[in-house]
Design a protein around this ligand. Structure first.
Ligand code: URA
Length: 263
């Protein structure tokens, strides 16, 4: 069972997360504030422990290279001409290479595959999930333009189905080229498909550092997991999931030597 300081520290983090995500007012009993302040010291200590353990990086061997990764960023024309998997002929409107800062940004976010909005605009994460990703990025103190946002697959799977392992394998060389050309300081994988797409032969866990071809990688929930379940998920599970996302984003900031803005 959790101790009172742990519960208060979590509560404080939940409030912090809501503030970062745009909530401006909450009703709060004044009597809560004193223990919250005491809990802050506990939270800082717990955080320092988490950051120390985050430095223990399980190093996953790189996936076998099936194409040189040093060919530069794949172009829209090149991706449009690609026919390495069935997605090219299954009704996509646009390829979605990804966008943002391609000159060694602090963070490269990698999702699953374009959805309907992304397919229409040729841009990654511009629909509802993208709005939550934007909140995450702003909460970390960045703009979308300062990070790079990409996907495992560059074409929309019909009816937003999960890309098959073959489709992800076919698209992986493009992502490897993006990573090699962009040289992000950290990679954040969004959701289970991104995790298995980048590490097809290794089960990785959320909230733990790995390396991929020399780049630090960490995974968290996909934004659509949070927004899809928002209306129906019970409040505790939703808060736990959001907190986990926020704690992972704070691990990323700590690794980059940064703090969330306003702290
Ligand atoms: N979901 C993803 O994984 N990627 C997008 O670009 C949009 C939604």
């Amino acid at each position: 069972m959790k101790s009172l300081p742990e519960i208060l520290a979590e509560f404080e983090q939940a409030l912090e997360l809501e503030r970062e995500l745009g909530t401006r007012t909450v009703e709060c009993d004044r009597a809560l504030l004193a223990p919250l302040r005491r809990a802050e010291a506990v939270a800082v200590q717990a955080n320092q422990g988490a950051e120390a353990s985050a430095r223990v990086v399980p190093d996953v061997p790189p996936e076998p290279a099936n194409e040189p990764a040093n060919l530069g960023l794949p172009t829209v024309d090149e991706l449009t001409a690609c026919s390495k998997c069935p997605l090219a002929s299954l009704g996509r409107q646009h390829v979605v290479p990804g966008q943002g800062n391609a000159a060694s940004p602090d963070i490269m976010f990698i999702g699953e595959a374009p959805g309907a909005d992304e397919d229409r605009q040729g841009l990654a994460f511009v629909g509802a999930a993208g709005q939550f990703l934007t909140k995450m990025i702003l909460a970390m103190g960045y703009t979308r333009e300062q990070v790079f946002i990409a996907n495992i697959c560059k074409c929309r799977p019909p009816n937003n189905r999960t890309p098959s392992p073959q489709e992800m394998t076919a698209c992986l060389p493009y992502l490897r080229r993006q990573i090699a050309a962009i040289r992000p300081k950290c990679i954040v994988l969004l959701g289970r498909t991104a995790m298995s797409g980048l590490f097809p032969s290794q089960r990785i866990r959320r909230g733990t550092w790995y390396t991929y071809e020399g780049y630090p990688v960490i995974a968290t929930f996909h934004p659509s997991y949070i927004i899809r379940f928002d209306p129906v998920m019970d409040a505790t599970s939703l808060r736990t999931a959001k907190l986990e996302v926020w704690n992972t984003l704070k691990m990323v900031l700590a690794r980059l030597g940064r703090r969330p803005p306003g702290r």
